[in-house]
Design a protein around this ligand. Structure first.
Ligand SMILES: Cc1ncc(COP(=O)(O)O)c(C=O)c1O
Ligand SMILES: *[C@@H]1O[C@H](CO)[C@@H](O)[C@H](O)[C@H]1NC(C)=O
Ligand SMILES: *[C@@H]1O[C@H](CO)[C@@H](O)[C@H](O)[C@H]1NC(C)=O
Length: 441
């Protein structure tokens, strides 16, 4: 009987165990079968990120994980409204609000990134690359450098073959790094110049750093006929130019004339790519390619090893390398950009900007008071067709004698623009951004 009992109880046990085994397997399957349920330490972060992304902000704002504002007293992220909107969900249009065409970031690509929420997201662990160095002895992600090279060769805008690549905290850090490298130990202080209208940071930075190796010498116009061929020049050449979107080449020639080529906008959403550029120093920035200005990531392609070493030393001394979080994010974003040969993002950006340009130029063509810069349609090697203009900025001129203060005329019309650094300043030309997420002109 004991045996029998034992036998039946072991049978019971067998059924119990096999039953519980399949139950466990079922539970295992249910809990681990789906990808999302396999998450361990990323789960809370993922839930937080999704919760913030689900706040709608009425399409006139955005909520961020580190956001402040409404509800933040409870530690809850809240909507941050775009200009001219307010209220806890950004649904209130503020009265008498001017269209701010001056400030504003390159947010025109934000919808593209929202459509690619999944492929563009990065998860950063608490122990992600805590060291000063990334790969042994370097501050640069080799994987990111590879993707940058690939990007240039896929887009065909710049020749990366044989070039050194240096990263920067935005390309802003690299502007002065390049001035430093090119003016280092020249016999006389180098004259730093640019052709007006030019991007303001060239002047403000050069003046701020106030080195004995170089000095700001203004518009190239004053120097292009100089008979003194012993002068050292460092010329900023921005192509296409900010603010007028036109192609630019060095103006100052001579044995001691050097150029820094700022190609921030030499990408197919802003301009045609008629050829592959191949210059001594070429600067690029993520801010303008993908629109992630806040990531503060830029890079330089440099031909000469000595110039590269001096610029490297500058950044090493200045910031001891570059944010590893930024490099991680830049890598992820460039991977998305490179999908389908870059077509998706650049086509999206081109369509958005060329639409805005068409609307603006159509409405201004009726006006005698304002004129707009002329940009011709041009063949683009990347799109392999003739493309319409799609500049990042509108370059407006007040045509009437009495409109000497162009900035005021526009602000009277409810538009804030930025006066340009042209000499003379009379009937100033005004720069307005076309890169808004909400078209404001
Ligand atoms: C011509 C040009 N160069 C450089 C920069 C700096 O960009 P970042 O420091 O964000 O890379 C800008 C930004 O507006 C620019 O217009
Ligand atoms: C790019 O640069 C490399 C190295 O100097 C050179 O061999 C090559 O011909 C260049 N390619 C183009 C398309 O200019
Ligand atoms: C430079 O020389 C050219 C040709 O001689 C002349 O037309 C121009 O006015 C000169 N510019 C300046 C700033 O002197």
């Amino acid at each position: 009987m004991g045996n029998k009992t034992q036998g039946s109880s072991s049978k019971c046990l067998f059924f119990f165990f096999s039953g519980s085994l399949s139950l466990n397997l079922l539970l295992l399957y249910l809990s681990f079968g789906r990808q999302s349920d396999r998450l361990t330490w990323t789960r809370t972060a993922a839930l937080e990120a999704e919760a913030v992304a689900s706040l709608s902000c009425s399409g006139h704002g955005r909520a961020f994980l580190d956001g402040i504002g409404f509800g933040s007293s409870q530690g809850e992220p809240a909507c941050e409204c775009y200009g001219c909107y307010g209220g806890s969900d950004c649904s209130e249009l503020l009265p008498d609000c001017p269209a701010d065409a001056d400030s504003g970031d390159p947010l025109f690509l934000e919808p593209f990134w929202m459509q690619r929420a999944e492929s563009s997201a990065v998860m950063v662990s608490g122990w992600h690359r805590m060291s000063y160095q990334i790969t042994k002895g370097t501050m640069l992600s080799i994987e990111l450098e590879k993707h940058i090279r690939k990007l240039h060769s896929v887009i065909g805008n710049a020749n990366e073959t044989g070039k050194f690549i240096l990263f920067g905290v935005g390309s802003t850090q690299l502007l002065n790094a390049a001035v430093h490298a090119l003016s280092y130990k020249t016999l006389s202080p180098a004259y730093v110049v640019a052709t007006a209208p030019y991007y303001g940071a060239y002047e403000t930075q050069t003046k701020l750093f106030n080195s004995e190796d170089y000095e700001w010498a203004g518009d190239t116009f004053q120097w292009k006929n100089t008979s003194d061929s012993s002068l050292n020049f460092v010329e900023f050449v921005t192509s296409p130019n900010n603010p007028d979107g036109l192609p630019r080449h060095p103006v100052i020639q001579g044995p001691f004339a050097k150029a820094i080529h700022d190609h921030a906008y030499y990408w197919p959403h802003f301009t045609a790519i008629p050829s592959m550029v191949d210059e001594e120093i070429m600067l690029f920035t993520l801010s303008k390619i993908t629109g992630h200005a806040g990531t503060r990531f830029g890079w330089a392609l440099i031909k000469d090893e000595e110039v590269y070493n001096r610029m490297l030393k500058y950044t090493a001394t200045n910031t001891i390398g570059f944010s590893h979080e930024s490099q991680l994010r830049a890598l992820k974003l460039l991977k998305v950009v490179l999908q389908r040969g870059g077509r998706d993002m650049f086509q999206f950006g081109y369509t958005t900007l060329s639409d805005r340009w068409r609307k603006l130029s159509t409405s201004l063509s009726l006006s005698k008071r304002f004129s707009l810069q002329k940009i011709a349609p041009q063949y683009c090697n990347f799109f392999q067709r003739i493309r319409e203009p799609s500049p990042g900025y509108a370059w407006l001129k007040c045509e009437m004698e009495e409109d000497e203060d162009c900035e005021r005329v526009l602000s009277g019309a409810g538009i804030i623009g930025r006066a340009a650094n042209v000499i003379p300043r009379a009937r100033m030309i005004l720069r307005a951004k076309l890169q808004f997420s909400v078209a404001s002109l």
